[in-house]
Design a protein around this ligand. Sequence first.
Ligand code: TXE
Length: 480
Amino acid sequence: MEKILNYINGELTNPVSGNFFPTINPAIGKPYALVPDSDKPDVTKAVEAARAAFPKWAATPASNRSAILIKIAELIERDLDKLSLAESIDQGKPVKLAKSLDIPRAAANIRFYATAILHESADAHFTNEEAINYTQYTPIGVVGCISPWNLPLYLFTWKVAPALAAGCTVVAKPSEITPMTAYLFSKLCMEAGLPAGVLNIVHGVGPKAGQAIIEHPEIKAISFTGGTATGKIIAATAGPMFKKLSLELGGKNPNIIFADCDFEKAVSTTIQSSYSNQGEICLCGSRIFVERPLYEKFLKEFTARTKALVVGDPLDEKTNLGAMASDTHMKKVLSYIELAKQEGGTIVQGGKQVKLTGRCADGYFLEPTIITGLPHTCRTNQEEIFGPLVTIMPFDTEAEVLEYANSTTYGLAATIWTENLKRAHRVAAQVKSGIIWVNCWLFRDLRTPFGGMKQSGIGREGGFEALKFFTDEKNVCIKL
Ligand code: TXE
């Protein structure tokens, strides 16, 4: 079995303990590679390497940092097929999705920040013609980046790219469930000539390697994407240490569909926003609210199209939904389907595990599932499930749907479907989510602020905000 290795001080290394654990290919339900079971000593080594590399990397001209990062982006593009296949095997997603979304986006993340640093400017304030204030942004030091299993290389690079571009050195940990593409990425960094210690990748489980990163006193900022429960642990540990924190956590995103929408676009895009990546995207909409005059028509068409989706081998080009990321996660989603039944819901479509034949006979597959008849207040409609499961509910008035939409503890994303522009603005202003898409979904401009309100997190990724996150701001006031 292939052994994944840590990437510390420019070298691929075994964990200090020598211990590894298996990582599973979820489409076949079998281990296929070994992951370092890293712990505190590995993180200590990584932080030492990052500290040693920091002064030189921080002082490297932006144009030179940019050139190395662009080289890494080019290598990702060169290896598109290889990385897409690796992502699909590790995560369970259809290979065609990895090839069209995950891997191109990983390269785009790096290009975006590699070029952003060439166009940065700082503020200056002239105070009553008596003084000039100017703001300096200096890289904050060694930072920690911790990423989840749903969009492995995509979210890993979304953090690492701005950190490196800003001049920080990094200790990063991908999810232990999907470590492979971060490992392949470390080889590309070596090939691109990234100086030793600038990026260090420590593999292992959250409570050991992850916890050691957030606890390390020399790590000045933590950028994390994952579950809200983990976000709370990180905030509790890092808060009293006064570390800078960016937390991108869970969601329970509403889709608000008015009767005056463009029906075809609303249905086809809502199919995407419900089931892409098996529903394992924090931006997926899981609560669909449809204005009553359109409700029956929408439900009928949405159900027919859900039924037509192909659940299958992620390596098959015809597959729409691949495997769930892990057995544990599949069982979690199934437990919510049971809960929905207990709460009085009707399973209109799906609701069961899919047993494939052949190569994927032991894989973790689920039917795309539609549930109706539930109140917006029940647990199924309040808790993040993170699978190919949606509830559909009718509404009568704008005020009512806003109450439903805003009733959860989350506030990450929302979609609004209407041809009435005034209504679009009015409703967008009142939905308590950090990201609103009107008549579209996952239409991204990397310059825009990305993140959630309420328990969906703190801080914003994207744009120059993410670069600033990895810097210390200093104001210099010069009396004229
Ligand atoms: O995420 P975790 P899990 C949601 C989704 C899912 C739930 C749990 O609802 O069912 O979270 O998923 C690292 N200190 N999302 O358990 O545990 C861990 O090793 C430091 C939403 O996989 O949050 C991994 O690298 N790090 C989400 C990362 O945190 C720790 C995407 C995320 O793992 C740690 C994924 C600790 N104490 C899941 N414990 C989204 N919003 O995109 C764990 N980690």
